[in-house]
Write a protein that binds this ligand. Structure first.
Ligand SMILES: NC(=O)c1ccc[n+]([C@@H]2O[C@H](COP(=O)([O-])OP(=O)(O)OC[C@H]3O[C@@H](n4cnc5c(N)ncnc54)[C@H](OP(=O)(O)O)[C@@H]3O)[C@@H](O)[C@H]2O)c1
Length: 268
């Protein structure tokens, strides 16, 4: 069977992408080849998704036309050294490695390889991921469509210039931890008002999920939405007054700035 889709690394993110790829029309598990170091993990992927697996990254380089680079950033250079002699202009490499710029990837994998850089987030595993996509100069519009067709099955995608990737890393890459922190703070606040811990978490989480779902569905302007909910003299307005007086917006802006600065540092 011809390999069309390859993976270097079959970890958590690769599994999310594979699950999304399986939704694309015409997908056949046997056309997927995943290279994974850990034999147990490879077996698990083969059992769960009926894909082919190998412990040899070169086997993937030789046969796949599109390959997701899904190993940890610190493993990228060694992997590239192994596969580089086997890659041609026919190979499309899609890197999800955090902090690895297109310039770095081109230096490692060779100039002729077509490259697309993606910054995903972990919500991809719940099919609600956010992926920013940036094609290298030699990647084609068809390459971008092919990548988006897969990643759209795991949430949302947006095509952005690479200069935005530190901001993307801060907002949607690190964002799940920031929203979880907010959920934790909301649940903790609820607990302090006497709610049982499990109920407080459910109330916080469902409210976060429901608000996002409503905003997505209605496409309402956020200021209009907040003003509509916060009737003067009401309960929401009483809470919003505290948030505004505490400069909550500034705290969030500073949080993102710090994360983006760290992303820029790590990418050097
Ligand atoms: N997790 C996130 O939220 C997130 C968000 C944005 C971007 N990313 C990026 O996504 C990438 C993957 O992250 P992850 O969380 O899925 O990592 P992970 O679960 O650790 O998966 C990587 C897998 O690749 C294997 N591997 C490493 N080198 C290999 C090689 N040469 N040949 C075959 N297999 C190899 C690893 O095995 P060993 O464990 O034995 O090394 C591991 O099983 C990273 O580059 C990360 O920066 C992740």
């Amino acid at each position: 069977m011809k390999t069309t889709l390859g993976f270097w690394g079959a970890g958590k993110m690769a599994e999310g992408i594979l699950a999304a790829a399986s939704l694309v029309k015409g997908f056949t598990p046997q056309s997927v080849l995943m290279a994974e170091k850990l034999p147990e993990r490879a077996k698990e992927m083969a059992r769960r998704y009926k894909v082919r697996t190998t412990d040899d990254v070169r086997a993937v380089a030789k046969s796949a036309s599109m390959i997701f680079l899904a190993v940890k950033p610190q493993d990228v250079a060694a992997l590239a050294a192994e596969v580089r002699p086997l890659l041609t202009a026919k190979t499309l490499v899609v890197s999800i490695a955090a902090g690895k710029s297109i310039a770095t990837l081109r230096r490692l994998f060779g100039r002729e390889v077509r490259l697309v850089r993606v910054m995903p987030n972990l919500a991809l595993r719940a099919k609600e991921g956010m992926c920013a996509i940036c094609p290298a100069a030699n990647a084609t519009a068809a390459d971008v469509r092919r990548v988006a067709a897969i990643l759209d099955g795991a949430g949302r995608t947006v095509v952005l210039k690479e200069r935005h990737f530190d901001a993307v890393t801060a907002l949607s890459g690190s964002g799940p931890a920031f929203f979880a922190y907010m959920e934790q703070a909301m649940a903790e606040g609820g607990r302090k008002l006497g709610l049982p811990a499990a109920a407080a978490r459910l109330l916080a989480e469902q409210t976060m999920l429901g608000t996002a779902a409503f905003l997505r569905q209605s496409q309402m302007d956020l200021t209009t939405f907040i003003a509509g909910v916060a009737t003067p003299g009401g309960t929401t307005a009483a809470g919003m007054d505290v948030m505004r007086a505490s400069d909550f917006g500034q705290v969030v802006a500073k949080t993102l700035k710090a994360a983006a600065a760290r992303s820029a540092e790590l990418g050097k």
